[in-house]
Design a protein around this ligand. Sequence first.
Ligand code: PAF
Length: 299
Amino acid sequence: MQISSNYSKFARFLTLGMRLIFHKKELRSSLSSHEDAPGMLGLVPTMGALHEGHLSLVRQALSENSRVVVSIFVNPTQFNNPEDLKKYPKTLEADLSLLESVSNEIIVFAPATSELYSEDISSKNYFFNGLDKVMEGAFREGHFNGVATIVEMLLDLVRPNRAYFGEKDFQQLQIVKNLANELSFNVKIVGCPIVREPHGLAMSSRNQQLSNPMRQRAGIIYETLLTAKQMFGTKSATKIAAYVTGVFAKETDLELEYFQIADVETLTPVKTKQNNIKYRGFIAVYAEGIRLIDNIAMN
Ligand code: PAF
């Protein structure tokens, strides 16, 4: 890894090939020096606190592209709750070690907030064709405008052929596809399967804020989704929602925020099931004050 700045703290990550870049200009010049080279460029946008879920995106990106940029940036404009932003883990050194364990040819872009937002730390307003009106969008006001603001900046800066997003944030994935399409970015948005902890909890940077016992107990979220999926063949969406509500009513330390079965393309909640439509079940649960989300294909 070549250090692109005088951050000597990261000197121990020096190895051949990998680059750590803090500034936009330097990223652009590093990428443009290869612009005529054959092969694809992949982007994996992250907010750091990396885990196996992120690494699976990075591995897929490495297998499909000749160069891969991983961005590490805790984007302030997508946090609707300032406490959540404050608590969000920042672990750049550990993240670099993990990335290096996967490949030393990754370009890591880890800008400061001022590098991307200058003085005005606010999001732009986007129109997402209604994809933002339900679930995460309904419970986290402004969240998707914040996500879109940073994703647009990164797509514009990196100009990747492919960009990789995890299906744990399925609504985000659909919104990013919509954004890339509306803004005519020449990029393929690739959705990657959810990676789970041994007890079934979907991997998330937030999981490290849970106590160990809760991290195991929270596996019940996935168990409930699996049962909901089984029920989907024979039971109505209302019955399934009642079942899920019943499960969490008994769990005093897990608070259900929403469970929703929705059309995967439009994200509109199912009314009457239709055979030609693909549905997913989406859930958000609070555990020890930490918000956990998950989803599953129903058919
Ligand atoms: O999924 C995330 O970690 C973030 O929402 C993203 C896409 C990196 C934008 O900040």
